[in-house]
Design a binder for this molecule. Structure first.
Ligand code: PLP
Ligand code: SF4
Length: 338
């Protein structure tokens, strides 16, 4: 029976990334049955689901260990009952981002760089996400609204770098993405485009020939910051995508969030950073989780996180130790904790 179920879940190799993106697992019961878990012993919260639906691409779910309720990948997507706990300091917009939103879809908070919410959605819903309450619909400009974002950037020559974020900017089609890259390349004072994305991890087929072509022919320097929290998220298909991006000269970095019962131990973080570096990806940030409503059960204390970094420093070369940071509302950059 195990084999039968496994063959159901194995994503059809003929599907392209967009098929996979429109065939997400959204029903917790389906997820449990694919993972051979008993619904009786795996509770979830309907309230959590209605606030932030379950969304999990099948290629990611394939990497979850069958029958393991404590799997670190499953923890990241499961609408746990703990999400309902209410603590006053956990709020919808902990970073006060609405105050740095001069035109729709654009955040200008830090010197020299702006962040564009380039796509209205993600391929996966990470339960700890600090943007889980963000109004993407209000912040996903149409082409006409894009123009006001481009004008804003064009009028401020102190802006050198555009960070494409989301949502997930690679949720855009190759055609839309190409258009966006061309518009940005047309703004003379820009030197760099940074792409913050989880798609090459969760749907490795997103690294298409068209995407590679678009990135390699741009005059702009390309930095890609993927988001991976555990070595088990990396499989051979993900590695192939990394190699292809590396081969065209994209600077590859990773950011993670330190999450209770996912990666809050030094072994998990050491394995993660070694596994990433095996594919030429260097660690960038290790974020402390933000105090977002519904994510309290992922919290790790500063003291514990600092101890983890200390162990990493004692074990790994310096370039494989991520910067432990937190975002504090109102500060002009992320705050280093260790
Ligand atoms: C994180 C972030 C950036 C990028 O900051 P870096 O320190 O360059 O990584 C830019 N804008 C916003 C709004 C951010 O949250
Ligand atoms: S992919 Fe990134 S933005 Fe999207 S839900 Fe996950 S953490 Fe949030």
């Amino acid at each position: 029976m195990g084999n039968q179920v496994t063959s159901l879940i194995r994503s059809d190799r003929s599907l392209n990334w967009q098929d996979q993106l429109s065939d997400l697992i959204t029903d917790p019961e389906e997820l449990l049955s694919l993972l051979l878990l008993d619904p009786e012993t795996c509770p979830y919260s309907l309230e959590a689901l209605s606030q932030f639906p379950l969304k999990a691409p099948r290629p990611f779910v394939e990497r979850i260990e069958r029958g393991n309720w404590h799997d670190p990948l499953l923890k990241q997507i499961w609408p746990a009952q703990e999400e309902q706990s209410k603590t006053e300091s956990f709020v919808a917009d902990p970073l006060d981002e609405q105050n740095f939103n001069p035109v729709p879809g654009l955040l200008h908070k830090y010197q020299g760089r702006v962040l564009l919410t380039a796509a209205p959605h993600c391929a996966i819903h990470c339960r700890y996400c600090f943007r889980r309450h963000f109004d993407y619909q209000a912040n996903s400009p149409s082409r006409k609204q894009w123009d006001s974002a481009f004008s804003y950037i064009a009028e401020d020559s102190s802006i050198e770098e555009v960070i494409l974020s989301g949502g997930d900017p690679l949720a855009l089609s190759d055609r839309q993405f190409h258009w966006l890259m061309q518009q940005l390349a047309g703004i003379e004072h820009l030197t760099t485009v940074r792409i913050h994305t989880r798609l090459p991890i969760v749907i490795p087929k997103r690294v298409t020939a068209e995407l590679l072509q678009c990135l390699s022919e741009s005059r702009l320097r390309i930095v890609m910051v993927v988001h991976c929290n555990h070595a088990r998220e990396l499989d051979p298909a993900v590695a192939d995508g990394f190699s292809a991006l590396d081969a065209i000269g994209v600077t590859m970095l990773n950011q993670s969030v330190v999450l209770k019962d996912v990666n809050d131990n030094s072994e998990a973080l050491i394995n993660l950073n070694k596994a990433l570096f095996a594919h030429n990806v260097l660690p960038y940030y290790l974020h402390m989780p933000d105090q977002v409503a519904g994510t309290e059960h992922f919290m790790v204390s500063d003291q514990h996180a600092k101890a983890l970094i200390k162990t990493l420093h004692a074990t790994l070369p310096g370039y494989l130790v991520p910067r432990l940071v937190r975002e504090n509302p109102g500060e002009r950059g992320k705050t280093r904790i260790a």
